[in-house]
Design a protein around this ligand. Structure first.
Ligand code: C5P
Length: 206
């Protein structure tokens, strides 16, 4: 059983995916972390972010077992990840690793941008989780403040929109709902309501 969860940045996919994986006892892969790990490896090695051959090589060396959200969560790494994510050779390498992961037993939850469309087109359940850009920016802003950081809402909002444009506008595997995905708009839903809605969809497919 594969559960594919896609959607734009800060829509609540991460929290929802973890909760679903825990509930059903499935393995979970946040595929954004794979792009982040490749980007961090380039940055740490002082290598350019615009050389596809170099970035592709780094992507092939990403180990799924070594992905640590705390180390990969910075804004700079997210930006770099979204830049190299437009490169077909980077995507090919990471998608292969993600597909291998998706076959783990007894089941898997993968979240990202292209899981239902490209990585696992045969997934048993596909969810497309979204929320308005304003709501997503507000959530990200609150999260930064909660962690003791400082932020400017307008800057966070501009950033969310820029990331959307890059993810939805790229030629290779653009962010969009799969034709058979269930849409879940969490603009006016808390995490518990979103989880209950997702659970009802998954239970109907099991
Ligand atoms: O979700 P997260 O912010 O960690 O992802 C970082 C970047 O990696 C995204 O902005 C997107 O460009 C890219 N990504 C992708 N395909 C995925 C997951 C993430 O292109 N399946």
């Amino acid at each position: 059983m594969i559960i594919a969860i896609d959607g734009p940045a800060a829509a609540g996919k991460g929290t929802l995916s973890r909760k679903i994986a825990e509930t059903y006892g499935f393995h979970h892969l946040d595929t954004g972390l794979t792009y982040r790990a490749a980007a961090k490896a380039l940055i740490d090695a002082g290598l350019p972010l615009d050389d596809e051959a170099v970035a592709g090589k780094m992507a092939r060396e990403v180990e799924l077992s070594g992905l640590d959200r705390d180390i990969l969560s910075s804004h700079a790494i997210g930006e770099a990840a979204s830049k190299i994510a437009v490169m077909p050779s980077v995507r090919r390498a990471l998608v292969e690793a993600q597909r291998d992961f998706s076959r783990r037993e007894p089941g898997t939850v993968l979240d990202g941008r292209d899981i239902g469309t490209v990585v696992c087109p045969d997934a048993g359940v596909k969810l497309y989780v979204t929320a308005s850009p304003e709501v997503r920016a507000r959530r990200r802003y609150d999260e930064i403040l909660l962690r003791g950081g400082t932020a400017d809402y307008e800057a966070v909002f501009a950033d969310v929109k820029k990331r959307d444009e890059r993810d939805m506008g790229r030629a290779d595997s653009p962010l969009k709902p799969a034709e058979d995905a269930h849409l879940l708009d969490t603009s006016e839903m808390g995490i518990e309501a979103a989880f209950q809605a997702a659970k009802a969809i998954i239970d109907a497919a099991l």
